[in-house]
Unconditional design. Sequence first.
Length: 199
Amino acid sequence: MFYKSSDRLVEKLLALPESGMGYQIVNTKTPTINKQYVFLNGIFGFDIGVSANFRYKEATTIDLDIDISNLVLTRSVGAIDSAVENANGSDTQKFVRLSAFENDFRVDRETDRLLPGSFTTDLEDFMTMTFPINNYDPLDYYSLPNPLPIKWLFYFRSIHGDTFQRGIVQPAFGKNGGGKEFFFGHGTSKNSLVSVASF
């Protein structure tokens, strides 16, 4: 089933880190229920395991008012297990965030920065994926559970003082993974967002 989260749930999800680029896996636990959901952009959710054959237009949209005190976020393995590195601030180090949403809620457009607890890849890996001879599927390469296609790219410059953890995207959701991922636990600096483009 497909869900639309309540306003207070959106606020809670925004305060929690991502499980991977563009999504959060949430466990809700009560004395009688233990259930997992995937949320995209903090707004759209679906039961874990239905994404592979999901049809957005056929979904029934409801307001899901989960007891926020019982939310447990599931983190992916990969970047979060690696050492913290410093961005070098050079023009050769750039990052790209792939999103199904033009109004990606992890990107603060008022300050042009990536919010804490968010994932990207780097420009080099993204260009490798899109090089014509490779023709990788971004949903497969980055193990994204999206039932919605990637339509937007957010480009960030490297700013000295920003920190991240890097890793390799692990297989998940029936996807192969293999792409690079960068986890910005503290987000990026103000004005690090340099451009937004359609994909």
